[in-house]
Design a protein. Structure first.
Length: 144
């Protein structure tokens, strides 16, 4: 079966859209799933062995949400550092997912700048397309 999610960090951190969650659990064996959707309903397919975390980030927010992005990035980085496999997603796996992917690469020391991280993330998942408020949030977090 072909999956539509991608490994941001080989065999450890996975990114995709909401429809990819079941495959992230069954195929990638994720221990933690981070849902970035503000609009998310209750998670239906609860697996007792999977920790689910929701960080409600608005998809069309006009104001930067750097605190929420920082929270999501920290959860992913901490789970990774503790040896867990992590999957994260928004609705379609483009904007919020892309923003968190960029921040995660910087947070883990796998990229030195937003531009480098964005290039790496897009080479892995080409549909990534972050909006200006999302880019502004990254700048507030990582252009210091």
């Amino acid at each position: 079966m072909t999956n539509n999610f991608h490994a941001l960090v080989e065999d450890k951190i996975f990114m995709g859209g909401a429809a990819d969650v079941p495959a992230m659990i069954t195929e990638a064996h994720c221990d933690v799933i981070v849902d970035l959707r503000e609009e998310a309903a209750d998670n239906q397919d609860s697996d007792p062995n999977v920790t689910r975390v929701q960080v409600p980030i608005g998809d069309n927010a006009e104001t930067p949400q750097e605190d929420m992005f920082k929270q999501a990035i920290s959860i992913i980085a901490d789970a990774y550092k503790s040896g867990k496999r992590v999957g994260f997603h928004c609705g379609g796996g483009k904007g919020r997912t892309g923003t968190v992917a960029i921040g995660t690469l910087i947070e883990l020391g796998l990229a030195d700048s937003i531009e480098e991280a964005e290039t790496k993330a897009k080479s892995i998942r080409p549909i990534i397309n972050i909006r200006e408020p999302q880019r502004d949030a990254l700048k507030k977090l990582y252009n210091k």
